[in-house]
Design a protein around this ligand. Sequence first.
Ligand SMILES: C[S@@+](CC[C@H](N)C(=O)[O-])C[C@H]1O[C@@H](n2cnc3c(N)ncnc32)[C@H](O)[C@@H]1O
Length: 277
Amino acid sequence: MTEPRSEVVAKTEGYYDSQDADSFYFEIWGGEDIHIGLYDDTDEIASASRLTVARMAEIAAPITPRTRVLDLGAGYGGAARFLARAYGCSVTCLNLSGTQNATNERLTGEQGLGDLVDVVRGNFEDIPEPDESVDLVWSQDAILHSGRRARVLEEVRRVLKPGGRFVFTDPMQADDCPADVLQPVYDRIHLESLGSFAFYRRTAADLGFEERDVIDLTPQLRTHYHRVGEDLRARYDQLTGKASRAYLDRMLVGLGNWVDAADSGYLAWGILHFRKP
Ligand SMILES: C[S@@+](CC[C@H](N)C(=O)[O-])C[C@H]1O[C@@H](n2cnc3c(N)ncnc32)[C@H](O)[C@@H]1O
């Protein structure tokens, strides 16, 4: 049954729909992805972000033209287009943000992938898909925005077919993070809390998922937020035509708080992969 949206969902929708946030994410990442990259072979945000998508696809293999994929919190749809182009699979992009969805539809059409990628506006705490209809649920750096992460995993289990897979990344707190040190981290993008590796492993096990891979890539998180801060500083004057100075200044402080929290060992990030038996 559809439940009323929580305040945190409404806030997140307003945030990603705002011109400030939309301009910042589109310009800094280049319009395809908005997530943490893998910086072992590059220091470019767009290329590093692409490498995360490719690595997750390898982990989620096999992906074939018969695989039905659902991307939770799909942003501009970059991962969906990558998967559709590389594997011929069909991908549904579920996303709260109407602004991002309009860009996703435009880019998908321009890239000739409209037959394989569709875009649905909705909330991943209440996934508008039938039971047991999806082969692969995919999500990158989106579930952190939910105040009800266990509910999101319940929804994932409901829509997955038996044997279906769930692969995702999420910025998290470290399993041993002290209480009450993360408020400056939450403030950057209106969060109320963060998950953790321990939380996701326990919740997935409680829901009957089999654990396949849990890959701790935490150092990439620190590199990523540092690089985003560097790029924002370098392109500040150019970006002020598109996003307000107040937003960009708050973002610079917020990114610094994420780097500091990473240096203190309070944060975590990685790729998690579960299977529904
Ligand atoms: C950091 S962006 C990541 C976007 C995309 N996954 C990517 O990697 O490029 C977080 C995304 O989650 C979406 N989102 C946040 N809360 C959501 C919710 N409750 N339901 C659906 N989408 C949500 C936002 O609109 C945004 O597109």
